[in-house]
Design a protein around this ligand. Structure first.
Ligand code: SAM
Length: 126
């Protein structure tokens, strides 16, 4: 999956629901003769690092993040594990930063300092 993500190549239909200005800016045809395949634009691709991480283990110390996207992963964890993980996310996210989870998920219990801003979108206190 990491190799696939790192290639950043998709069937053109994958962009169907993405507005045109974003498609043009962030994706390019993989090959001019094959418009059915598109690729993440090189300048965007160069900003992304792909690595595996077991959320249950120690995390690399890379400093605080502005946005944390953890979609449909906590569905595997029991309530205490999920609560601990969310607390770790809160510590990881910069003040005013964002946490995005899957649309079928919710944060259990109370997590002071994290506020619901939209459908499964949370913001840490600035
Ligand atoms: C339902 S998939 C969601 C994949 C993707 N985030 C998405 O929304 O399409 C759940 C993912 O959680 C990952 N996962 C499960 N336990 C994990 C853990 N302890 N640490 C990191 N990832 C985990 C699985 O490997 C799987 O890729």
């Amino acid at each position: 999956m990491l190799a696939k993500a790192s290639r950043g190549e998709y069937a053109a239909e994958a962009l169907e629901n993405i507005p045109d200005p974003f498609c043009c800016r962030f994706f390019k045809p993989t090959d001019a003769e094959n418009p059915s395949s598109i690729k993440v634009a090189p300048d965007v691709r160069s900003l992304i690092t792909f690595r595996s991480l077991n959320l249950m283990e120690q995390w690399p110390n890379q400093g605080a993040v502005r946005r944390d996207l953890c979609r449909n992963v906590m569905i595997y964890f029991d309530a205490p594990t999920k609560a601990k993980l969310i607390d770790r996310f809160i510590r990881l996210i910069k003040p005013g930063g964002w946490l995005y989870i899957g649309h079928s998920e919710s944060l259990l219990g109370s997590h002071p300092g994290l506020h619901l801003m939209g459908r499964t979108i949370y913001r840490r206190d600035p």
